[in-house]
Design a binder for this molecule. Structure first.
Ligand SMILES: C[S@@+](CC[C@H](N)C(=O)[O-])C[C@H]1O[C@@H](n2cnc3c(N)ncnc32)[C@H](O)[C@@H]1O
Length: 275
């Protein structure tokens, strides 16, 4: 099985099923505030646990790169564990929240590059970082194998990928089934981490894997927006759909707060001396 081809096929299948894959900065600008709030609602639990999972290799002398840093999900806890943090983030509003969140956390060792990963010149960053990371980003890339190799070229130590994995909230699955009128078959699952693993293994790279869990507690209104955005990648979000989502979330909330438990996979691999 050629796993690069499988990735390409799955990517095309998503696009032809109407699922939006490459979302531009306009989209990320709009969701930045909620995204930032999501991180603060659990004191960066996702990022903290992802960094904790790596504690055997992360060193306070490290220079680290986080690609597609968003509001600092990973970059904020990461910056506290290394000497210097560079974050690549093309969305201006995400950058605004990233810098604000860094200030609030007293972080002073972070530099932000205002561009997309594809716009970064490989020559400028060749072996510049001890660790090159990305979280919840790779699913957007049609040519993921090329982007993984570019990450490796920028690293003199390790590459590190974090990705939500395993299971979608049953309520979201039920909503998807109702909206799409067909049985749910994993369409909104935060998948593709599995393909990253096998693609790397096919290149004979030994990948370390850990699983982390995290809890999100969001006000009803915000959770409704989050689910609406997720479903908007598949269907038009009409007022009727918003009402349906609202009723479902409210029905499962306590004191105006909706709680979800989720998992993510943390993967890292070491650069060989010749790389
Ligand atoms: C799903 S969010 C993930 C944010 C954060 N890493 C996290 O784990 O929560 C994707 C982020 O990647 C950024 N992004 C999208 N395309 C990108 C690209 N081509 N290069 C770098 N960042 C990109 C978006 O602006 C957004 O902030």
């Amino acid at each position: 099985m050629n796993w690069r081809e499988v990735w390409g096929r799955k990517y095309k299948e998503r696009a032809s099923a109407g699922i939006k894959t490459e979302l531009g900065s306009e989209y990320w600008d709009k969701v930045a505030e909620d995204y930032s709030q999501w991180n603060k609602s659990n004191d960066y639990e996702y990022g903290r646990k992802a960094i904790e999972a790596m504690k055997e290799i992360i060193n306070l002398d490290f220079e680290a790169l986080d690609i597609g840093a968003g509001p600092g999900t990973l970059a904020i806890p990461f910056a506290k564990a290394v000497l210097k943090m560079t974050a690549i983030e093309p969305s201006p509003v995400m950058r605004k929240y990233l810098l604000r969140n860094a200030r609030e956390e007293g972080i002073q060792n972070i530099e932000v590059m205002n561009r997309s990963w594809q716009e970064v010149d490989d020559f400028d960053i060749r072996k510049r970082f001890d660790i090159v990371a990305c979280s919840h980003l790779l699913w957007q890339f049609a040519d993921v194998d090329k982007q993984l190799e570019r990450m490796e070229h920028a690293s003199r130590g390790y590459c590190y990928v974090v990705h939500p994995a395993g299971g979608t909230d049953p309520m979201v699955k039920a909503l998807w089934t109702e909206v799409m009128g067909k049985n749910y078959a994993g369409e909104v699952d935060p998948d593709l981490d599995d393909l990253v693993f096998v693609m790397l293994r096919q290149r004979e790279i030994l990948v370390n894997v850990k699983v982390i869990d995290y809890t999100t507690k969001l006000p009803v209104e915000q959770e409704v927006r989050l689910i609406a955005r997720l479903l908007s990648k598949h269907a038009e979000v009409t007022p009727a759909l918003m009402e349906l989502i609202g009723k479902s979330v409210l029905g499962k909330s306590r004191n105006g707060v909706y709680e979800t438990r989720s998992n993510a996979v943390v993967m890292w691999w070491e650069m060989l001396p010749s790389e």
